[in-house]
Design a protein around this ligand. Structure first.
Ligand code: LMR
Length: 330
């Protein structure tokens, strides 16, 4: 009897004291440094989302593969261990949506304008919709930039990388690209690249300058060539069940925060890459090989055949639609 009364008293007390509801936590994991286009946009999204939901949502950003490496983060999202990611578009095939590798085709875009014709047009929308049956919702595309090639030998011509072991992301298109150059592609998690370059496990790599510089890869690579031979960027994705289970007002505040963070990401991406290439140069640790348009054209003619080779993997119709959107010419 006494125990029962005590329990009732405890219950009355508990109800009388207003307890702040625990915030909804969104874990946002990524693999790059904070001072990159993706790293900065993730921080900006956090700021906006927390402000607009007045603390009802807490965004925990885990940069630099702190929480998960490339492959693990995809699994963690599907299992619900993290709620938000922004993997590079080269990393979607293991989810069963290999059409995203379209973005890896060498020389597919002449610049950001071509890229946006795809990411902000019907092709981009169609690709994101393909994620839904996998339990994933695509919220936005975030830009990064065009890739440079780095190595310890001068690389001006495609022949210069022949026989080199070059690290790539886990994309079959990138594998075909390196083979078209006579190089040996090595798939490796982003977090392992610096050490692999330092110890000579691989001879070189490709990445936009922002990734190269912030991972200090230029400190262990003697040459960086401005091949601009391909694009690397992101799709921001969430666990669909989690997202759709959010209260409508919260979800809409998060959506408007995402729209602004996307604009921010895309506004800073080019500038950040230009600055980081300049910083690599200023460091004096690696020499920038600034390729002329004529030199780039030689890379293009060596690599463009990869489009036809890999058309079936991407889907011929999707490829044609992309060409139409950008006005691509071989
Ligand atoms: C890479 O693995 O090189 C990139 O995808 C890393 C990133 O997220 O930009």
């Amino acid at each position: 009897m006494k125990l029962k009364m005590l329990l009732v008293a405890a219950l009355v007390l508990a109800l009388a004291v207003p307890v702040a509801a625990a915030p909804i936590v969104i874990k946002f994991s990524h693999v790059v440094a904070v001072d990159t286009p993706k790293g900065q946009a993730a921080e900006y999204f956090k700021k906006l989302a927390e402000e607009r939901t007045k603390g009802a949502v807490k965004i925990e950003v885990y940069p630099n593969s702190q929480l998960y490496k490339d492959k693990e983060e995809m699994e963690a999202l599907q299992l619900g261990a993290v709620q938000m990611l922004a993997p590079s578009l080269a990393k979607f095939a293991p989810l069963g949506v290999r059409e995203f590798e379209l973005f890896d085709l060498p020389f597919i875009f002449d610049g950001y304008e071509d890229l946006h014709a795809v990411t902000q047009g019907p092709v981009g929308k169609k690709l994101l919709a393909k994620l839904e049956p996998k339990g994933i919702k695509g919220l936005a595309y975030w830009d990064n930039g065009f890739k440079v090639m780095s190595a310890n030998k001068e690389i001006r011509k495609p022949e210069d990388v022949k026989g080199m072991k070059l690290r790539i992301q886990s994309s079959k298109i990138l594998d075909a690209q390196m083979r078209a150059l006579g190089a040996i592609p090595q798939v490796m998690a982003f977090s392992e690249v610096y050490q692999a370059l330092q110890t000579g496990v691989v001879d070189g790599t490709e990445n936009p300058p922002s990734n190269l510089y912030t991972q200090k890869m230029h400190e262990v690579q003697k040459y960086v060539a401005t091949t601009d031979h391909g694009y690397l960027g992101y799709a921001v994705i969430v666990n669909k069940k989690f997202w759709e289970g959010l209260p409508a007002d919260i979800r809409s505040a998060l959506e408007s925060s995402m729209a602004e963070a996307t604009k921010y990401a895309n506004d800073i991406a080019k500038k950040k890459n230009d600055e980081d290439l300049a910083a690599v140069k200023a460091s004096g640790k690696s020499q920038i090989l600034q390729l002329t348009p004529a030199e780039r054209a030689v890379w293009k003619s060596a690599l463009v055949k990869v489009h036809d080779e890999m058309a079936d993997r991407i889907g011929k119709d999707l490829l044609q639609e992309t060409y139409q959107a950008t006005g691509f010419k071989k």
